[in-house]
Design a binder for this molecule. Sequence first.
Ligand code: DQA
Length: 137
Amino acid sequence: MKLIIINGPNLNLLGKREPELYGSQTFEDFFIQLQFQFREVQLEYFQSNIEGELITKLQEVGFSYDGIILNAAAYTHTSVGIGDAVKAIDTPVVEVHISNVSAREPFRHESHISAGAHGVIFGFGLKGYELAVRSFL
Ligand code: DQA
């Protein structure tokens, strides 16, 4: 089973970015734990702050990998292009958000990703990524 986590803008700052919302662990640390927890899974990680790079990565992996776990971060609420890419590829996408976006500002209630996603997980902190891996297993 080959899965990839794709994280969007500002998620490279996890650990120091608004820790009351996103926790105090870096994603790199969390990812090492996740890889250890799911040793049987080929688990990759990609992060970019650039919309086009996220689209290119989705196209690159989207016809061969078994699953994509996508937290498009702020682009979730703005990017028709990422939403279209999710619909264009074959590989199922699970959309993840660390925070409970429904309990936040109204602009975070809209997602361009959800319509093309297999499922959506939000509000469980970094554990959401673990739940997403489990959903593919
Ligand atoms: C986020 C929620 C988004 O609204 C926000 O722009 C992010 C992170 C989350 O994981 O909770 O950058 O996707």
